[in-house]
Design a protein around this ligand. Structure first.
Ligand code: ADP
Ligand code: MG
Length: 334
């Protein structure tokens, strides 16, 4: 049974970057305003995320790594109004099946923090009885440390990309989240390396300022903003597209739906072809999209930890976004 769990968990947590994305989303859900990511060996040795969010009480820490343990779904109304995809309580459980997980957490008014180590979903160190989180010094917020990812899955471990590629994938996710979440200050750094932080975002910046910080001024000053809305379907959004005459060496596509970084290949493809109608041959566009829709229109059959999404009204969405982009590129043409 344990092996079955591990195989299932390995399908959820496919890489260090996939694990990082889940941890980052938990910190965002906990309303953190500061999120610091530390990585050793591309996250395979150590993946650590420190936040100043609302923390977990010790009784919640007991359960945190058990399957379907979630604090984000209390009533049916919650299900209707929930704004995050992460309501299934599977991420920490899955990570703890394929790595050693340690959590230190403190809720704002507590006198101290608590710490617990997990293996296979359970708090480690139970001497016959039930193990409990141990009191320790700390500050409000949560630190999750994931060590030796895939230690018990040798084939997955060796199939993983090399450390620097994996680090790039992690840094890329942190960068993208730092663009969307302007009120959160993010850092991302390689631990045990004195070169400082590779990513430093500032609090209370605009999306455009964050893009400038991450991608440079040259791109930022070529971006055109647009908005769209589909009447009656509860879909609305805004975005930025690079001027058709500005040539990028490769396409960048950043899509947030209901605050989560996702992929939607059909939209990516449609935007590429819209862009090519206006731009010189072989040129690539930059697309940033922030879309909101009713949660019930998202396809629940797609696993929450998979980035590719599906939803009702996909065709209408593609039509609406591409025509907004097309209008904007048209008017900007010189
Ligand atoms: P989900 O996010 O789908 O609820 P997870 O397995 O990702 O499931 O997390 C399980 C639970 O652990 C969350 O519902 C939340 O209560 C708690 N949790 C995880 N990370 C944090 C964090 N950084 N701050 C506060 N609570 C957290
Ligand atoms: Mg989660």
């Amino acid at each position: 049974e344990e092996v079955v769990h591990r195989i299932a968990a390995g399908e959820v947590v496919t890489s260090a970057a996939a694990a990082l994305k889940e941890l980052l989303e938990n910190s965002i859900d906990a309303r953190a305003t500061k999120i610091n990511v530390g990585v050793r060996q591309g996250g395979l040795k150590v993946l650590q995320i420190v936040d100043n969010g609302k923390g977990m009480a010790p009784e919640d820490m007991r359960m945190a790594c058990e399957r379907f343990a979630t604090s984000k779904l209390q009533t049916f109304e919650d299900l209707q109004s929930i704004t995050s995809f992460g309501f299934r309580g599977e991420a920490l459980a899955s990570i703890s099946q394929v790595a050693r997980v340690k959590i230190v957490s403190m809720v704002p008014d507590a006198v101290c923090a608590y710490s617990a180590s997990y293996a296979d979903g359970k708090i480690a160190g139970a001497n016959g009885g039930q193990a409990a989180p141990k009191p320790c010094a700390g500050v409000p917020g949560t630190t999750v440390t994931v060590e030796d990812l895939f230690y018990n899955m040798p084939t997955r471990r060796s199939a993983n990309r090399n450390a620097s590629e994996e680090y790039r994938a992690i840094a890329d996710i942190v960068t993208r989240y730092s663009i969307r979440y302007s009120s959160i200050a993010f850092t991302c750094k390689r631990l045990g390396d004195n070169s400082g932080s590779d990513i430093k975002s500032t609090m209370n910046a605009t999306v455009l300022e964050n893009i400038q910080l991450a991608f440079g001024k040259n791109l930022a000053q070529e971006l055109l903003d647009f908005k769209f809305e589909i009447d009656g379907l509860g879909v609305s959004g805004s975005g930025l597209v690079s001027n058709a005459n500005y040539n990028l060496t490769r396409r960048t596509f950043i899509l947030f739906i209901n605050g989560r970084l996702v992929d939607y290949a059909p939209l990516k493809k449609a935007l590429d072809s819209t862009h090519s109608e206006f731009s010189p041959k072989g040129s690539h566009g930059f697309f940033y999209l922030d879309i909101n829709m009713r949660t019930e229109d998202l396809d629940v059959n797609v696993h929450p930890t998979k980035r590719e999404v599906r939803f009702l009204h996909g065709a209408e969405l593609i039509e609406s976004v591409t025509s907004a982009v097309s209008d904007r590129l048209k008017t900007s043409r010189t």
